[in-house]
Design a protein. Structure first.
Ligand SMILES: Nc1ncnc2c1ncn2[C@@H]1O[C@H](COP(=O)(O)OP(=O)(O)O)[C@@H](O)[C@H]1O
Ligand SMILES: [Mg+2]
Lengths: 246, 369
């Protein structure tokens, strides 16, 4: 049984088609990257999986269970953890309290067990020293890491990562990739939207490419990047030049 | 305070989580002393001041409930007078049926909670302004229903029976004590609720509902629970209001001005903190005493204060105290203290409290690797 399965998922906002019959499967512990130009519908696809957005048609199932009537918080408790491209911290709460919410509600832990979960997630992303800082006072980089730590605290079976490496230095990208490979090593499946292709290539073993809401390529990362479909989408290899991969 | 296993430094290193920066023992002692003073107030304060205190407590109850609703759960209700009215009339009903009015107070609270449950299935489908208007409609519906009961006096109202056999002094004394006791229970219960896991959830919903949902929070059931708690709390305010007046009238108990006061008080004190509405209530009564001979200026100054705070200090006056001095009287948050990172413990971390907590909750099994 696949961990996550999308079957002909479609969604439009007025005239804009954000998902156009998306179909793919993800196995347990898989590590998959998602690329595509701005406005392709990548973030919307995460919304459809996490439950923030309701599909117009098609079905999404997780561990064999149809998610159609499953609300967002239940999906999180089932093991779907997501981060937001534009970080959504609980601004007036501390960094630790941010992750504690997910540990208590998403992972259903209590008391000391929830404190451990929340704190260890912060340690994993290197933010333990900022535990008592109000999340609203964090700079963008730390906000993005907090997104990851919070998603991690909910005990996910799959992590939906939405451009968490944007704006990082090369060394930081290497660190982040290592963290994510570590998570994958623990059996957490990864679905990672990223423009920094180098980060993806060092981590994922499969790549999806979205354009205008449709899945235009799906396969081995380097093959996908080299494919005609992806080159057309990116107007002659802009993605390759931008990221320094050639 | 609780110990947490630290990945970087192994199981032996001390990472602790505590719930307040100042020693909670001081807060507890302060609260006990204050409670004692307020309980004995009728013996040493003039009757006029006791009656002001009594009205102050009613406002504190209302503002605390409105803060829970709007400040934490994001439900801007303009219909809480509905539950105040229902609470008052429930006391009247039970008193007419022969129940001692003071005994009827907890019954009225339960009645309001029970009525609130089905109401949430209607209201929680609505968002923002629609929710607010609907709460107002619910309050008016409740009033119209009460008006149709001739037993309860209809539009003219009714006198509360069951208090005639008490001497005026004894009656005033009992009124004060029951009001004070209800206010104490409401504030303490709110504090415990906000310190619990539910409180953390509420804070997260207050800050970011979308992120809270995708972190596993069942926002609607949380809101439902809070709406019921606030209905019960406002019912309690209505119940003590009923016993503090000789006569119960729909126009008074169901008045929109109760909600206006809750809103004003929560806003100037600061939404989203427990202390804010209490501070707001103090300021409200101080202004009222100070301005009572100023006629129309009274309302103008009230309005000016509210508008200034809304513009320049949207987090309220308690927000200034919190941001400037990092001070909380009734802390609900969590502080992490990693001994390996911050080797110098703060002086205020009282050892007695630490060991008490550690013994009580942290068995070795819970911190072992
Ligand atoms: N809630 C919404 N309402 C209307 N349009 C939306 C909404 N969410 C996204 N869109 C539009 O859908 C398109 C896809 O957006 P998005 O999924 O964020 O793309 P990506 O993450 O690939 O950049 C964009 O054109 C965006 O403006
Ligand atoms: Mg996006």
């Amino acid at each position: 049984m696949p961990l996550l399965q999308l079957e002909g998922v479609s969604k439009r906002f007025g005239q804009v088609v954000v998902a156009d019959g998306i179909t793919f499967q993800l196995e347990e512990g898989a590590s998959v990257g998602v690329v595509g130009p701005n406005g392709a519908g990548k973030t919307s696809m995460f919304g459809l999986i996490s439950g923030d957005i309701k599909p117009d048609s098609g079905s999404i199932s997780f561990e064999g269970r149809d998610l159609h009537r499953v609300a967002t918080p239940t999906r999180c408790r089932m093991g779907i953890g997501r981060t937001y491209q534009i970080p959504q911290p609980f601004e007036h709460m501390t960094v630790f309290e941010n992750t504690l919410v997910a540990a208590q509600q998403g992972a259903r832990t209590r008391g000391v067990a929830s404190y451990e979960k929340a704190y260890q997630s912060l340690e994993r992303v290197g933010m333990a020293a900022l535990a008592n800082r109000p999340a609203g006072s964090l700079a963008l980089l730390h906000r993005k890491r907090l997104e990851l730590a919070r998603a991690l605290s909910s005990n996910p079976r799959i992590l939906l990562l939405d451009e968490i490496a944007g704006g990082l230095t090369d060394a930081e990208v290497v660190d982040l990739s290592a963290v994510i490979r570590g998570l994958q090593g623990e059996g957490i499946a990864i679905l990672w939207i990223e423009h920094v292709v180098r980060a993806l290539l060092s981590t994922v073993d499969r790549l999806l490419c979205l354009a205008n809401g449709a899945l235009v390529a799906d396969g081995e990362p380097r093959e996908v990047l080299a494919s005609d479909a992806v080159r057309t989408v990116y107007l002659g290899g802009r993605i390759i030049n931008e990221s320094g991969v050639s | 305070m609780k110990k947490v296993r630290n990945l970087d430094h192994g199981a032996d290193s001390l990472v602790t989580v505590r719930r307040s920066r100042i020693n909670p023992l001081y807060t507890l002692i302060g609260a006990v002393v204050l409670s004692g003073l307020l309980t004995w107030a009728p013996w040493f304060l003039p009757a006029a001041d006791v009656s002001i205190l009594q009205n102050f407590f009613i406002l504190v109850i209302m503002a605390t409930m409105w803060n829970l609703l709007a400040g934490y759960a994001g439900m801007v209700s303009i219909g809480q007078q509905g539950f105040i009215g229902l609470g008052a009339y429930a006391v009247l009903y039970f008193a007419i049926k022969g129940v001692n009015p003071f005994v009827a107070i907890p019954l009225a609270i339960i009645v309001c909670a029970i009525i609130a449950l089905p109401v949430t299935y209607l209201l929680l489908r609505l968002r923002g302004g629609y929710f607010s208007v609907a709460t107002w409609v619910v309050a008016n519906t409740a009033m119209l229903l009460i008006l149709s009961f001739t037993l309860l006096g209809g539009g003219t109202g009714a006198a509360l029976p069951g208090l005639v056999n008490l001497s005026p002094d004894q009656l005033n004394h009992d009124r004060y004590l029951s009001t004070w006791f209800v206010a104490l229970v409401v504030v303490v219960a709110t504090y415990l609720l906000l310190r619990s896991r539910l409180g953390l959830v509420l804070s997260s919903v207050r800050d970011n509902e979308v992120a809270s949902r995708s972190s596993g929070t069942k926002v609607t059931s949380t809101r439902r629970l809070i709406f019921i708690v606030a209905a019960a709390g406002c019912g309690a305010a209505g119940a003590v209001l009923a016993i503090s007046q000789p006569f119960i009238q729909p126009g008074n108990e169901f008045s929109l001005s109760w909600t206006a006061q809750m809103l004003f008080v929560s806003m100037i004190g600061g939404l989203g903190t427990i202390e804010g509405p209490i501070l707001g209530s103090i300021i409200f009564f101080a202004l009222q005493q100070w301005l009572q001979n100023w006629g129309a200026w009274y309302l103008i100054i009230f309005g000016a204060v509210a508008v200034s705070i809304a513009i320049w200090q949207p987090r309220g006056l308690w927000g200034i105290v919190r941001d400037k001095f990092h001070f909380e009287l009734l802390p609900v948050g969590y502080r992490v203290n990693d001994a390996t990172r911050e080797p110098v413990p703060r002086k205020s971390d009282g050892p007695s409290w630490r060991s008490r907590f550690a013994r009580k909750k942290d068995g070795p099994e819970s911190v072992a690797t």
